[in-house]
Write a protein that binds this ligand. Structure first.
Ligand SMILES: [Zn+2]
Length: 80
């Protein structure tokens, strides 16, 4: 049975699916019984998704372009 310290240490690799099957099972069985580690797992998962979205979608956040226009005027997007 893994303890919290061990589980948290493996959490990032678990989320990245880098653990061997038996190692992942140890993490999963611990997560089922430990709300502290569940919270950490959810936090890391959301963090990872946020980073992935940011890295793969090279888009400005909603309204950001409009705010730029208001600050700098329409010329900011017309280099001519
Ligand atoms: Zn734990």
């Amino acid at each position: 049975m893994a303890d919290c310290q061990e589980t948290l240490k493996e959490l990032e690799r678990f989320i990245d699916a880098e653990l061997a099957h038996f190692e992942a099972e140890v993490v999963v069985s611990h997560l089922k019984t430990c709300t502290d580690c569940q919270g950490a797992f959810e936090f890391h998962t959301e963090l990872r998704q946020a980073i992935r979205v940011k890295a793969t979608r090279d888009e400005l956040p909603d309204g950001f372009a409009e705010r730029l226009m208001q600050c700098f005027g329409d010329n900011v997007y017309s280099p001519d």
